[in-house]
Design a protein around this ligand. Structure first.
Ligand code: HEM
Ligand SMILES: *[C@@H]1O[C@H](CO)[C@@H](O)[C@H](O)[C@H]1NC(C)=O
Ligand SMILES: *[C@@H]1O[C@H](CO)[C@@H](O)[C@H](O)[C@H]1NC(C)=O
Length: 321
């Protein structure tokens, strides 16, 4: 090899190292983690996810959100799946999750099927969440990516951290940027990952103030949403986060340009601030959106995983062994 190509190789290796997420231990995760111990793991997860989405399209959205809410609290450690006990401070009833996070039965089903396929519990609940999120996006027409694997499951949960660390739909752009920054995610990650709102629904009480009181909203859109979200009732009535709730497209972003963002935090990404340009480019460039979304999902999945001797592989995702 000539010295030129050698130095080229060196710069590639250095680039690879430099782009490895800063989060500790993330380099010990690998897409091939279960290759030896359970070669059927990924196909089994995919089958159960696809079945669940066939029965209810919204389930893909719910599973994607579960992984996000897991990773923002103590890292991607399946802490969100633990039920309340005398020693577990369950995250399920934290403000962002209570009567909102869903898909727990599907995760149980996946765990059961995967453990059966492997012959013993070798696949962590945290990895199941990460793979189910990817498979959901793919099933609804979005991009794919190699999911890093080898996370272990927590033996604790934190309702208070779920309350403080999961972003609120009332946040403005600087708060959203700060919230993501606290998890090692940058402004581009924030905008790309918010594209997760290309899928699924929100309840009336989280966007009521926006559709009745805010001015950076399309009036026809506001009236339309008001018709199914009364001023003082119908708290849990659902509205679509974008016009195509079961297709992973760019309508979420083009809607923001038309002031048709459903959540205050959605419209904050296109409200005259520094992220307007990214929203604009994603709205017309699905490949750029998909590429950045996939990249940011890998970064999300690398937040503080438990590896090595830390944590455990739960037998039941709802409880500590
Ligand atoms: C940027 C800050 C974010 C805020 C403030 C936020 C807030 C919310 C809120 C309030 C809802 C509606 C919940 C309900 O009414 O029950 C929701 C739904 C959803 N979020 Fe986010 N979210 C954010 C980022 C993300 C990210 C990064 C993802 C995934 C990559 C995501 C995926 C989803 C999905 C798929 C739904 C629909 C869930 C369903 O229909 O079951 N969100 N989000
Ligand atoms: C969660 O929602 C239930 C209603 O389903 C309510 O009774 C309970 O107080 C809520 N929990 C918390 C911690 O807010
Ligand atoms: C609109 O804003 C006012 C003043 O902040 C508040 O009292 C009222 O509850 C808001 N209305 C809705 C429907 O959120």
């Amino acid at each position: 090899m000539g010295s030129h190509s050698f130095s080229l190789l060196v710069s590639f290796v250095m680039l690879a190292l430099a782009t490895t997420p800063a989060t500790a231990f993330s380099s010990t995760l690998s897409p091939y983690y279960y290759y030896q111990t359970c070669p059927q793991a990924l196909t089994t997860i995919k089958r159960v996810v696809e079945d669940a989405i066939r029965q209810e399209h919204r389930m893909g959205a719910s599973l994607l959100r579960l992984h996000f809410h897991d990773c923002f609290v103590q890292g991607c450690d399946a802490s969100i799946l633990l039920d309340q006990t005398s020693t577990i401070d369950s995250e399920k009833t934290a403000r962002p999750n209570n009567n909102s996070a869903r898909g727990f039965e599907v995760i149980d089903k996946i765990k059961l099927e995967v453990d059966k396929a492997c012959g013993r519990p070798v696949v962590s609940c945290a990895d199941i969440l990460a793979v189910a999120a990817r498979d959901s996006v793919v099933a609804l027409g979005g991009p794919t990516w190699m999911v890093q694997l080898g996370r272990r499951d927590s033996t604790t949960a934190s309702q208070s951290e779920a309350n403080t660390d999961i972003p609120s739909p009332l946040m403005d752009l600087p708060q959203l940027i700060e919230n993501f920054k606290n998890k090692g995610l940058d402004t581009k990650d924030l905008v790309a990952l918010s594209g997760g709102h290309s899928l699924g629904f929100a309840q009336c009480f989280v966007f009521r103030n926006r559709i009745y009181n805010e001015s950076n909203i399309d009036p026809t859109f506001a009236r339309d949403r008001q018709s199914t979200c009364p001023k003082s009732s119908g708290n849990s009535n659902l509205a679509p986060l974008d016009p195509t709730t079961a297709i992973f497209d760019t309508k979420y972003f083009s809607n923001l340009e038309k002031k048709k963002g459903l959540l205050h935090s959605d419209q904050a990404l296109y409200n005259g601030g520094e992220t307007d340009g990214l929203v604009k480019s994603y709205s017309t460039d699905i490949w750029a959106f998909w590429k950045d979304f996939a990249k940011s999902m890998i970064k999300l999945g690398n937040i503080e995983p438990l590896t090595g001797e830390n944590g455990q592989i739960r037998s039941n995702c709802r409880m500590v062994n």
